[in-house]
Design a protein. Structure first.
Length: 367
């Protein structure tokens, strides 16, 4: 291996919670309330959508239409009954029915006169009003992509989610300091130094610059109509404390529950919302990792055990894969290449109007 070049999982695309928008001639991140899956290719309009984004949205739309099918069938049946009632021959009116019809007409005339005298009071109510009925086949809004079926590549949670306190030099697009809360590696005049890492809130250098938590979460999207090779991933980059904390806790719990079979569990990324005083009571979104919808934990662990046994019989060695990934991560300091750092700075370390670096709520930056 080449020392200094970190070996990271191959990436097929990106998972984001937002997009870049142009305001006053500047490209700034804007948060969203749904997932977007893109390729690693950009054009003038932004990141190009990955085909699996359309597959998941189409599947979600079909599921939504099936949910609304009983209501549509009931409305159609009611319409047929009304049509049959109108098409039946009318019986000869009796004296009682004539008197009831005359009383109804007199009541409608009185209501119309009252509505004409007091239009504000009579609007939308009374015997003469016509209730508004929404059509049964009214177009529904497009469903939002808020869950993605995934599987993890490694059994070790720290290999799937790489998080560290990171500060960049915007002039050179290089990391200045990368730490884990205990120790850090800091580049100073071309020399790599080791220092204690108290975190950005208690570090003089971190408070001067824009040091913050930066995580990269690698997953495999599990979709039967778009199979991918077993070693390729989609990456979710985030500076959100809620996202990093939730993902790491979930992986540790699921790994313990499954007896170390984290890579074999059928899981899904799920977007959740919360509001705090710091967010001024507006919703902020973070990413959670759960067992696949419609499946309990016991069923998921049983399936993971079956998949693990089948993989072992086929000669696949998950422990060796984790070891190889651990060695590859240890080769370098930073995961992104020089070409990718520019996009990372623009999306997660933007400058504010005053020219200094500022925090952003775009994409997965949920804190």
């Amino acid at each position: 291996m080449i020392h200094g070049l970190m070996m990271t999982p191959p990436v097929l695309g990106r998972i984001a919670i937002g997009k870049m928008v142009e305001r006053n001639g500047k490209r700034l991140p804007e948060k969203d309330d749904e997932f977007t899956i893109t390729t690693q290719v950009q054009n003038r309009a932004g990141w190009v959508l990955h085909p699996i984004d359309g597959l998941l949205r189409g599947q979600l739309a079909q599921r939504t239409s099936r949910t609304d099918l009983p209501a549509a069938e009931a409305a159609a049946q009611q319409g047929m009954q009304e049509h049959e009632a109108k098409s039946r021959p009318c019986p000869k009116p009796t004296l009682q029915s004539k008197m009831a019809r005359r009383a109804k007409e007199q009541g409608a005339s009185a209501a119309a006169a009252a509505a004409a005298a007091h239009p504000a009071a009579g609007a939308g109510s009374g015997p003469g009003s016509i209730p508004s009925v929404e059509p049964a086949n009214a177009a529904l809004p497009a469903p939002k992509l808020r869950s993605i079926p995934v599987r993890l590549l490694f059994n070790d949670p720290s290999l799937n989610l790489r998080a560290s306190y990171t500060m960049f030099d915007r002039a050179t697009a290089r990391p200045i300091c990368v730490g884990d809360g205990e120790s850090c590696k800091r580049a100073k005049q071309g020399v790599m130094e080791s220092h204690p890492c108290p975190g950005p809130d208690h570090c003089a250098l971190g408070m001067e610059g824009n040091c913050k938590l930066f995580g990269r979460f690698h997953v495999r999207i599990d979709h039967v109509d778009y199979p991918s090779d077993d070693c390729s991933t989609f990456v979710l980059r985030t500076t959100g404390v809620n996202t990093v904390r939730t993902l790491m806790a979930r992986m540790q719990y699921l790994q313990a529950f499954s007896g170390g079979l984290l890579a074999y569990l059928p899981l899904e990324l799920r977007l959740r919302g919360k509001s705090t005083t710091q967010s001024h009571r507006t919703a902020i979104y973070y990413v959670d990792l759960c067992v696949r919808e419609g499946m309990g934990l016991e069923a998921a662990v049983a399936q993971a055990r079956e998949v693990a046994e089948r993989a072992q019989r086929a000669g696949l060695n998950q422990a060796a894969l984790d070891t190889a990934a651990r060695k590859g991560y240890a080769q370098g300091l930073f995961e992104e290449t020089a070409e990718e750092v520019g996009d990372v700075l623009q999306e997660f370390y933007p400058r504010n109007e005053g020219g200094a670096q500022g925090d952003s709520d775009g994409h997965s930056n949920d804190h």
